[in-house]
Ligand binder design. Structure first.
Ligand code: ADP
Length: 248
């Protein structure tokens, strides 16, 4: 079978915070439909790499190429979002006084430039999409409940659902299962796999148990560089990886 296209790559990427190099000459690459975990010790540069990809942080040097050879490294955050890269931050951004369904609808309409208006008529096709995504995130039975009444895990899924309503091709997630119960964590891992049938995902993750259970391919970062890349089996027995994790 033909390999899927490269959806994103960085070229000699460098991020400098007042003389401190958080990202050093990074050439990161992933194919469409990948579920890629980004791991590594604290301060490795994982979050910074996500920040660069979504446009929150501007690199000092290098390129970020998304899809059709577009260099997005100098684009504004909202332009990058429009191009199809969705970023979920750890702080929740749901509307607690709206229902699950209203939150999803709002996110869909926002994408179409109808920001903050639920008054715009919702057609059947839109309703159908909202239903599909509420199914996907496992919240159909709670569709009419206020988002504020959801559990921590459910709120996180709703946010992922809201991102999906904007039809991104690449999703950037920072510790999506943080603070969740074991059961919620399991469901989150399954959700990521479901999403990656259609979309590409990069997940920054510290919980190694979660990584072991759900990662297909892993990129290990260390001190602003890519140390190793491969399947979990390849990474797990790598001496260098063990070394940086044990801090020898
Ligand atoms: P990770 O996510 O792997 O833990 P980060 O990307 O958050 O690592 O940080 C990489 C390094 O860059 C750290 O040493 C951090 O202190 C530094 N850093 C991150 N953001 C900033 C910033 N805005 N200003 C200065 N230094 C920063």
């Amino acid at each position: 079978a033909k390999e899927p296209e490269i959806i994103l790559y960085t070229e000699k990427l460098e991020v400098d915070f007042d003389g401190f190099k958080a990202i050093k000459n990074v050439n990161f690459r992933m194919r469409a439909g990948e579920l890629r975990f980004l791991i590594g010790p604290n301060g490795a540069g994982k979050t910074t790499l996500l920040d660069v990809i979504c446009g929150k942080v501007k690199p000092h040097k290098g390129k970020v190429i998304f899809k059709d050879h577009t260099d997005i490294s100098k684009h504004q955050e909202h332009q990058i979002a429009q191009l199809g890269i969705g970023r979920k931050f750890q702080a929740p951004s749901i509307f607690v006084n709206l229902t699950v369904m209203e939150n999803l609808l709002l996110s869909m309409k926002q994408k179409r430039g109808l920001y903050a208006t639920l008054l715009v008529k919702t057609d059947n096709a839109q309703r159908e999409r909202v239903f599909q995504y509420s199914e996907m995130i496992g919240l159909t039975s709670k569709a009419k409940e206020k988002a504020g009444s959801l559990s921590h895990g459910e709120k996180q899924w709703l946010e992922i659902g809201m991102l999906l309503m904007q039809e991104p091709e690449l999703l950037l997630l920072d510790e999506p299962a943080a603070g969740m119960t074991d059961h919620e964590t399991e469901k989150t891992g399954e959700l990521l796999h479901k999403i990656s049938d259609k979309q590409s995902i990069i997940v920054v993750e510290h919980d190694m148990e979660f990584v072991r259970q759900f990662a297909k391919t892993v990129t290990v970062m260390h001190e602003g560089t890519i140390l190793r890349e491969g399947t979990m089996a390849e990474i797990q027995n790598d001496d260098k990886v063990t070394e940086v994790y044990l801090g020898r």
